[in-house]
Design a protein. Sequence first.
Length: 471
Amino acid sequence: MTSLSTPRAGFKNDFSMIANSFLHTPGLPFASVLDAESIQRAFREEEALFGQEDIFSTQIVVWSFLAQTLRDGKGVACAAAVADIAAYLLQTGQRPPSGDTGDYCRARAKLKLTALQRLVRESAGQLEPQVDRSWLWKGLHAKLVDGFTFTMPDTPENQEAFPQIGAQRPGVGLPIARACAVLSLATACVCDMAIGPYEGKKTGENALLRGLLDTFEENDVVVFDRHYCSFMMLALLSQRGLHVCARLHQRRHSDFRRGRRLGPGDHLITWTRPEKPPQWMSKEQYDQIPETLTLREVQFHVAVPGCRSKTITIITTLTDPKAYGREELAELYGFRWNAELDIRQIKQTLHLDHVRCKSPEMVRRELWVTLLAYNLIRKVIATSAAVHGKPPRHLGFTRACQSILASWMIFSTGSCRDPQAMHTMLLAHIAANEVANRPGRIEPRVLKRRRHRYPLMQRPREQLRAQLRKT
């Protein structure tokens, strides 16, 4: 048994404590995705390594921050993270820290944001080329785009960086950020994300998406809803050799009597460049935009038993009707809903709907650590899917989180007697939890359980306290 006075050799500089928790065993699929060497290299090249001879080293802080995120989102106090570190150090023959959370919180603030962003992008980028071809859409890598919002504590710093909604009274609302995410259809990983204030110039989802164009690879097919469907967005994506499948914007009129007919509800049309550049585009950029775009417009009907049928019109740059059938394009756009489900998992299961950090810098760190945890869980799900011959999107995310947490400390400390058997059991448990297919299921958006009967805050807290003191 190792004593507290004789630390395990090489422990302090070992990033395998992070990687081993996510099945980096030789012989398993995707074992090379974000292994210990790549994690250490990312921090070293970003000059972000710190405390290698201290208790709160870079690897310890990243590992505990990930555990804090996965265990119960941001609701877990820093004291629980320090308790995890103490338990880990005891099992590896190290002297544990005190119960004070100050050192841990200060160490978290040292995590360099660019290194965390790089790890998130690398985890998705390394996984995507290795996926089974059957997980792709007609051999193409489909990328889903969607936006969402999240709130944060009401501190002066957060209010300055991410002001609350303008319609709310000062002191009543919460700071709110807008985010735009690019997700992989094949693996459900977050490829990249951009955030900004909820209101103001160049803060909309289209502006955020324009900042993510370098995320896409040539011949990717980008799928998004009608909000992003504009001439300029389609032109910018087409210039990069990307394909697009999107729902027609509600302000554009559709007329299937015009254009070149390809079949029922299917024709080629021409869009013309706006006469003036938008405010965000320079004259030089505008001149490089083509004057016309030849696009394919497809219309199909969605019929749900017991509901009114719905007509949907989509616009795509996939103009070959033989290679891409009308029903196949309808199916591709239908996959866009997966982005909604993925973001729901991030916001609800990992509790990103409301972050807990009190400064904009820590809010960003908390966001990217959460995305890193999400991608690493998706990597384990993809491994389970590859081993058991199932599509990764058919396997449940929440159960995978629970299964990994159950074996988190065992894998991290290397105390498992038979890691291969443990990995086999873990992958089998994840593969056994298939997401139920419940077509036509609808639920009303109402709550049955009322947690509290307190009224909503409509005046600043200080005014309410003063009123209580008077009475």
